[in-house]
Design a protein around this ligand. Structure first.
Ligand code: RIB
Ligand code: CA
Length: 312
């Protein structure tokens, strides 16, 4: 007898790895995707929202999608078009969604869905945490009503957008600090594990060989991504950041977790956006997150491939 599906909200900034992550989520019977909420990030909100509709259409999903915050709480906006292309979804032949975004603002949807299902909803956040932070400010009881927040963001070590900061954290460090200080059950899937999960040419070819549209589009997106990662990091492919955050919800046993205090730097300067992780407990501060510190990358990709194969 399988466990009941987990109620989840997918919040992100598609973005090509968000797109692959959402395809994984939509293809997984362990998850009941109640809503998709979009946020500024890799590309501006109008494009992350358009892209959300495109990804849902690709998966032939009728899950509602809602536009959220178009800018960070305080800092100037940041994008990553150099990594994700100007549209945020660099693949040909993608059909526009025939469904417009739902009229309710993403933050209101986060609040109403969680209030209606106390203790049941997991938010899988794969972009800046602006929507989640705003929801916590509008509804202070929300951290106590959520099952958990699982966030692709931060790092126990090196950043990617700056030497100190990972993009999602840097794009809205104030939002990230609000979430880390909220007391919500929180898991962080940072660069320290996601950069071990590379879409190598062999893996891209395996997606292409699936013979379905979802595999072909994923392969095309990751091929674009590979060029950036080869040039920027000398890696053979792009890191599967966001898909690993979804996998962490479906198969948490694929990662190794450690509870620790994580502080988000909000002061302007070289370290703004840094997630300072107290790996060794030297501050004696209570843990505010469970942080991924290891990953079984081969098993992760095998399961990702298996699930993408089930899509149209
Ligand atoms: O640093 C990687 C993260 O930033 C990923 O979520 C990617 O989509 C971008 O949002
Ligand atoms: Ca993302």
């Amino acid at each position: 007898m399988s466990a009941p599906a987990l109620s989840v909200i997918l919040d992100g900034d598609p973005g090509l790895d968000d797109a692959v992550a959402w395809l994984l989520a939509l293809a997984s019977p362990e998850l009941d995707v109640l809503a998709v909420t979009t946020v500024h990030g890799n590309v501006p909100l109008n494009l992350t929202t358009r892209n959300a509709g495109v990804v849902l259409a690709l998966a032939k999903s009728t899950v509602p999608y809602h536009a959220g915050a178009d800018r960070p709480l305080l800092r100037a906006g940041l994008t990553a078009a150099s990594v994700h292309g100007d549209t945020g979804l660099p693949a040909g032949g993608l059909s526009e969604s025939t469904r417009p975004p739902a009229p309710e603002h993403a933050v209101q949807t986060l609040i109403s869905v969680v209030r209606a299902r106390p203790g049941e909803v997991t938010v899988i956040a794969t972009g800046p945490l602006t929507n989640v932070a705003l929801a916590f400010r509008l509804a202070p009881e929300l951290p106590g009503l959520l099952r958990e927040v699982v966030w692709m963001g931060g790092s126990t070590a090196q950043g990617n957008r700056t030497p100190a900061a990972e993009f999602n954290a840097l794009a809205d460090p104030h939002a990230a600090r609000i979430v880390f200080e909220s007391g919500v059950p929180l898991r962080m899937v940072g660069l320290n594990v996601t950069m071990q999960c590379i879409a190598t040419p062999e893996r891209v070819q395996a997606l292409r060989d699936l013979g379905n549209r979802a595999g072909a589009v994923s392969a095309e997106l990751l091929t674009f991504y590979a060029g950036v990662y080869r040039e920027k990091y000398g890696l053979s492919g792009g890191a599967l950041h966001d898909p690993l955050a979804v996998a962490a919800v479906i198969w948490p046993e694929l990662l190794t977790w450690a509870e620790m205090d994580v502080q988000v730097e909000v002061q302007d300067g070289a370290n703004v956006g840094r997630t300072t992780c107290d790996l060794y407990g030297v501050t004696h501060r209570a843990a505010n997150a469970r942080v991924a510190v290891g990953v079984d990358d081969p098993a992760f990709f095998a399961r990702l491939l298996e699930r993408i194969a089930t899509l149209p």
